[in-house]
Design a binder for this molecule. Structure first.
Ligand code: F3S
Length: 283
């Protein structure tokens, strides 16, 4: 019987940094602490923070209503106008935007300024993509699927700059870039997919191809966990998506010889450990 836990499972550098920054602010306890959106896609962490007095603000209207306090910008980052809004209201900002996302903001701002139309490869509804878009202008486009490319309002002679959502699937990114290249545009392609995601995906695929059952742990709304699940399911039919130990059904690993465990970027170590321990007990 074998249980393999992915080395890359759980918090990535950017998420760890963001969560730590919120806890640091709680300890300082100088002013009320807010996060703009949940700090990570993990309801257990968000609940713990709420119990410690951190409030989640979800809209710009709520930000505008603040008269005092500290707003922590989460690792996903936000558009430029959100910084402007907070500055206008004299609210202290703790910027926990992941440095890799921040780099994309800089690229988008610079390339837009240099006259290139920025194409963001990613999911239009994802907050990171919306934040990235907020550093471009009204020519900036988001593309998620190859079939969208034919209908884009892009002129033949336009100069393009392609960037990616950090958590986008590398293979799908390459396919989309190839389709753009075939159209003959002058394109500057910057692969801004984060290594943490690639490494986690590659390791998950390898483990899933070697085991009888695979467990993917992560928040229900976490897109990187959803992608991990899809990758693992292709390799291993017995792949299970759970949020925490509470969702774990021991029957799933009843008659298997090996189990793999991986987790999305927002999953605390403690949850991974709990699941790991319980799978081992089951064995
Ligand atoms: Fe940053 Fe990469 Fe994590 S972009 S938030 S380290 S997945």
């Amino acid at each position: 019987m074998e249980v393999i836990v992915a080395k890359t499972a759980g918090f990535c550098f950017g998420v760890k940094r963001a969560v730590e920054q919120v806890y640091e602010q709680i300890e300082k306890a100088e002013k009320p602490v807010y996060t703009y959106g949940p700090i990570i896609h993990n309801e257990f962490v968000v609940k713990d923070l709420e119990e410690k007095g951190v409030q989640v603000l979800n809209t710009e209207k709520e930000l505008s209503a603040l008269t005092d306090g500290i707003v922590v910008i989460r690792s996903h980052g936000v558009g430029k106008h959100v910084y402007d809004l907070l500055e206008a209201h004299h609210i202290t900002v703790v910027d926990a935007t992941c440095p890799f996302v921040k780099k994309i903001h800089r690229i988008v701002e610079e390339q837009t300024g240099a006259g290139r139309r920025v194409i963001i490869i990613g999911s239009p509804d994802h907050p990171e993509v919306q934040g990235i878009r907020g550093w471009g202008n009204d020519t900036t486009l988001v593309v998620e699927k190859p079939e969208q490319i034919d209908d884009l309002p892009v002129g033949k002679d336009e100069k393009l700059c392609i960037v990616s959502q950090t958590t986008f699937n590398y293979k799908k990114f390459q396919d989309l870039v190839e389709k753009f290249e075939k159209k003959g545009y002058d394109i500057l392609v910057l692969n801004t997919i984060c290594n943490a995601t690639q490494e986690r995906q590659v390791e998950a695929r390898r483990i899933a191809s070697e085991v009888d059952a695979m467990i993917v742990i992560g928040g229900r709304h976490s897109s990187n966990t959803q992608k991990l699940y899809e990758i693992c399911q292709k390799e291993c039919k017995n792949t299970y998506f759970i949020q925490s130990l509470g969702d774990f059904n021991p029957e799933c690993v009843n008659s298997v010889r090996s189990v793999g465990i991986t987790a999305g970027a927002s999953t605390p170590n403690q949850i991974i450990e709990e699941v790991h321990t319980n799978v081992r007990i089951k064995f």
